[in-house]
Ligand binder design. Structure first.
Ligand code: AHR
Length: 514
């Protein structure tokens, strides 16, 4: 009996000291790298109901409240989100887009067929002026993706001139005739999209030459409008692509190199957005977590050619991709958004923050009604997705200074495979406040976290959280606030240590003040 009691005591003691616990050390005195706000960028393509119906409803024949055809509800929500930049008009659509068809009186605009997305007729009623007006309304910097695949060097050169040249050129005069006196001074320009695929099926070597040609005729019209030219980048782990661009493009001609990576279970069997099991959940987390390896390896290649890190890595398409919702057009890529997507967002943004020295821009795909959206609309109704909430919680990191951290965390294990359960990133803002974002991707376990604050003392802690009883919970047009940000009171700050417990599949953002 005595022996049994002793064994039980030893087992209990052992269980207690082996309780799964994440240890984080924040080196607040070593903060030096800026987290570029553009990491929190978005992407809008002429695809399904992203533009038409989602953001733009036109000025006539609609009961939906709008300003110049732009939905008031969507504009307000995006303004609130602090969208730093918006990429447009694609995507694959960009390399078919004739920008001149989207300017001038709307009834006279030529129509086209959107060959990539559902074969629908594009009436060009939403064009350059509408997009740049949208950006002004939501306070985002425009990021224009130029047509390299099927457009000419002159077309792209003219587009730059139309939007940026103050006066004296046929393009600036045309802009004025169309009602815009002042240039928009657009800095962010993509030179094609997915040149290895829908943008022209080019080899890296061929694209590097094409890039040089197009970029040459994209004029910097003034010092203030010096262009930030972004080369179409690699598909996930295509390291040869990045190496070739870094080697073959003169570095004074390029400011950023792109990278695209989607979290997909299997391109031939993507699974449902809301109806999924743990196997499918784990697969998506694996794909999302690959971003760590991808940015590390692409950055290492870039370091070889650009050790001073002058050229940015811009992940201008990322997010979860599932089967479309039943009964919707397969070409419209409309999918719901659950707590699983909140996990992709929390994990991915932590990765980007921690690689802020090289990753200086990113765009979640896509902003409204397409793939991992932050907003879904249905006629006059609108809802904010879990991804919206995570991006809003994390926007405290925009342009803040990254605080380097060390983390040791237990694994989230499934069928013999492992992923780190916790991910974290931290930054100090202009007021000296410290913000820490934590994401627990574990499907079923809460995790205890101990955060050691090295370097500076803080006295107050507050927080917010995004959590829900079920991993496949989502907001609907009927119950649009099932998943909403709540206050988090569970963090205890004592003697330079923060302690908290984070529920399974949850996000917590903490704010510490001195
Ligand atoms: O975001 C949907 C599509 O995915 C984009 O048009 C393309 O660039 C990518 O393949």
């Amino acid at each position: 009996m005595k022996k049994t009691l002793l064994t039980i005591f030893v087992l209990l003691f052992w269980a207690k000291i082996t309780v799964a616990q994440t240890q984080i050390t924040l080196n607040t005195d070593l903060a030096k790298t800026k987290i570029n706000k553009h990491i929190y960028g978005h992407f809008a393509e002429h695809l399904g109901h992203c533009i038409y119906g989602g953001m733009y409803v036109g000025e006539s024949n609609t009961k939906i409240p709008n300003t110049n055809g732009l939905r008031n509800d969507v504009i307000a929500a995006l303004k609130d989100l602090k969208v730093p930049n918006l990429r447009w008009p694609g995507g694959c659509f960009a390399d078919t887009y004739q920008w001149k068809d989207g300017i001038g009186p709307k009834p006279n605009r030529p129509k086209m067929v959107n060959v990539w997305w559902g074969g629908v007729t594009e009436d060009n009623s939403f064009g350059t002026h509408d997009f740049l007006d949208l950006c002004e309304k939501i306070g985002a910097e425009p990021y224009l993706a130029g047509n390299v695949g099927s457009g000419s060097v002159k077309d792209l050169s003219d587009w730059v001139t139309y939007v940026n040249n103050p006066s004296g050129s046929p393009m600036s005069e045309l802009r004025k005739q169309n009602g815009r006196e002042k240039p928009w001074d657009v800095k962010l320009w993509g030179v094609g999209n997915e040149a290895w695929g829908c943008g022209g099926n080019m080899t890296a070597e061929h694209y590097a030459n094409v890039y040089r040609q197009y970029a040459t005729f994209m004029t910097d019209w003034s010092n203030s409008s010096k262009l930030f030219r972004i080369a179409s980048g690699a598909n996930s782990g295509d390291y040869h692509w990045t190496e070739t661009l870094m080697k073959n493009i003169p570095h004074n001609m390029v400011s950023g190199i792109a990278l695209h990576h989607y979290s997909v279970i299997d391109w031939n069997n993507k699974g449902g957005a809301t109806d999924f099991n743990e196997f499918q959940y784990f697969r998506i987390m694996e794909e999302a977590f690959k971003m760590e390896d991808l940015v590390t390896r692409h950055s290492t290649i870039m370091d070889k050619y650009d050790p001073e890190k002058k050229i940015a890595l811009i992940v201008d398409e990322w997010g979860g991709w599932y089967n479309v919702e039943a009964g919707t057009n397969p070409g419209f890529l409309y999918q719901q958004n659950t707590m699983r997507d909140a996990m992709i967002a929390g994990l991915t943004l932590n990765i980007f923050n921690n690689h802020a020295d090289r990753v200086r821009g990113a765009n979640v795909a896509q902003i409204v009604n397409v793939l991992q959206s932050v907003i879904l609309t249905n006629e006059e109704k609108m809802l904010l997705t879990p991804t919206y909430h995570v991006m809003k919680m994390y926007n405290v990191h925009q342009d803040a200074t990254l605080v380097p951290l060390n983390i040791t965390t237990p694994n989230y294990e499934f069928q013999g495979k492992k992923l780190p359960a916790l991910s974290a990133s931290a930054s100090k803002d202009a007021t000296g406040a410290l913000n820490i974002s934590l994401t627990n991707i574990d499907y079923s376990k809460a995790h205890e976290i101990v955060i050691n604050l090295r370097g500076e003392d803080f006295t107050k802690v507050s927080g917010t959280t995004l959590t829900s009883p079920k991993i496949n919970d989502y907001n609907t047009f009927e119950v649009s606030n099932k998943i909403a940000v709540k206050e988090f009171k569970g963090a205890k700050l004592e003697k330079g240590q923060l302690k908290l417990s984070i529920p399974a599949f949850s996000v917590v953002v903490l704010n510490l003040k001195k």
